[in-house]
Write a protein of this length. Structure first.
Length: 453
């Protein structure tokens, strides 16, 4: 028995009729002699699988006998397999409780309404069976907006799918469908879209890693599914270091890194992204609006200049009591900008590896800033990229080959802490045969100190 299936005749509808999802289910209920016994018998009947347990459904209701219900008496709704007057369908627990007079099994009717149906149950009931295998479930969200990328076979049902998403997700008010490819038609990773449900309101608010981002989702790039990756990368940074975020978007790496005392030179070519980046400016975060190819070397030069000028962040102490003597109050802490960059982040998976040649000559003539002259090591580079989804080393070899094509240095998959090795982290699947990775490696000396072209 499946409570959440409609007759096959209603499948393949292209509009949503919520009334179709209301049905009356004849079943049974255990009328409880004393409400103080409810918890005891609910627990026991759950163990015997006789309770009717559904999401968003309360199995404890007023007794169907009007006189008992009027006195506040309750009953436990049971599975349809439990038949009133047929003790053979009852468990030993239920039979014993009936003999004791604690429970009385009586007929009951349950109304299953649209609000009890899950998104998937609704879709499986309305869509043709041959479409059940890939029902859209993994959509992106940004604030109150759900972003679909529907395949052609689902296009006839797109408005119905969108309306069910709104119904079943209380935080979603607008559903859109992408109508072109991010990163192909738009260099800013924005996309054309159609509104399938709700208002065309793309001004959203997102909270991630304790940072609040407010932006126009139609004009900048944002992917909520990358939240774990944002945290993983920012977890590599140490307070007081300098990070250069070459394709920073609106700051999902920069803002949380800045909050932990990391200097971030954050750049994005999209003027709209730069506008929102400017809203997260702090003592530690500096926004830029440059082409990423130019920014890699420019940022290293700017950081060195800032350090030589004596630039610093001034961090005020935590609040102290006004009654505390002035001389006992801690002074602001000055944190100097280091002379070198510790990390470069390049989150543009469609083409980030094609930017790597810009690291050649990054620190030409500045060898004395680094080991063995100092304890400072050359920067780590974290470049996101796409590669084929495979169970063998195909993707890893492909990524290493693409790095070699740009830098002329051969890396082997392994641990970025060791020279000549690259850590390749699997971020997420983006298509059945396509996966997103992050390649992390330390910039080789022969690249960093080479003459600039």
């Amino acid at each position: 028995m499946n409570l959440f299936r409609l007759p096959a005749a209603v499948r393949a509808a292209e509009t949503l009729d919520r009334a179709l999802f209301s049905r009356t289910l004849p079943t049974a209920a255990a009328s409880v002699r004393d409400n103080r016994l409810l918890a005891k018998y609910r627990k026991q009947l759950e163990k015997t699988n006789e309770m009717l347990l559904l999401d968003r459904f309360n199995p404890i209701v007023a007794d169907p006998d009007a006189s008992l219900g009027g006195q506040g008496r309750k009953c436990l709704i049971l599975q349809p397999s439990v038949k009133p007057g047929v003790p053979e369908t009852w468990s030993p627990v239920l039979q014993e409780a009936s003999k004791l007079g604690d429970l009385t099994v009586v007929p009951f009717e349950v109304t299953i309404g649209y609000d009890l149906w899950s998104y998937l149950d609704v879709m499986r009931s309305l869509l043709p069976e041959h479409l059940h295998g890939e029902i859209p479930v993994g959509f992106n969200t940004a604030g109150h907006v759900a972003h679909l990328n529907l395949r052609s076979q689902y296009q006839p049902y797109k408005h119905m799918i969108a309306q069910v998403i709104v119904d079943k997700n209380p935080t979603i008010r607008t559903v859109i469908n992408k109508t072109d490819n991010v990163g192909t038609e738009s260099e800013f990773r924005t996309f054309a879209y159609e509104v399938l449900a709700g208002a065309d309101d793309m001004l959203v608010e997102v909270n991630e890693a304790g940072c609040v981002f407010q932006f126009d989702y139609s004009k900048v790039y944002w992917n909520t599914k990358l939240g774990t990756e944002h945290q993983r990368i920012t977890g590599l940074f140490k307070a007081g270091e300098v990070v250069v975020d070459v394709m920073a978007g609106i700051g999902p790496f920069a803002a949380p890194a800045g909050k932990k005392g990391v200097f971030v030179w954050a750049n994005d070519k999209n003027p709209e992204s730069y506008k929102y980046l400017s809203e997260v400016v702090s003592e530690f975060v500096k926004p830029f609006n440059c082409d990423g190819h130019d920014f890699i070397r420019k940022a290293a030069d700017l950081v060195l200049e800032a350090s030589r000028r004596g630039d610093c962040a001034v961090v005020k102490p935590v609040k102290v009591s006004r009654s505390a003597p002035v001389e006992s109050r801690p002074a602001p802490v000055r944190i100097p900008v280091p002379a070198t960059v510790a990390h470069f982040v390049m989150n543009l998976p469609a083409s980030a590896l094609e930017f790597l040649h810009n690291f050649r000559g990054l620190y030409h003539g500045q060898e004395r800033l680094f080991a063995p002259h100092t304890e400072t090591r050359l920067p780590m580079v974290h470049a996101h990229c796409f590669a084929v989804k495979a169970t063998d080393a195909t993707a890893l070899d492909d990524i290493c080959g693409r790095i070699y094509n740009e830098l002329g240095v051969k890396f082997t998959p392994g641990d970025a802490a060791r020279d000549g090795e690259v850590s390749i982290h699997e971020v997420r699947d983006v298509a059945p045969a396509k996966r997103m990775f992050c390649a992390s490696f330390r910039l080789p000396a022969e690249v960093a100190f080479a003459p600039r072209a």
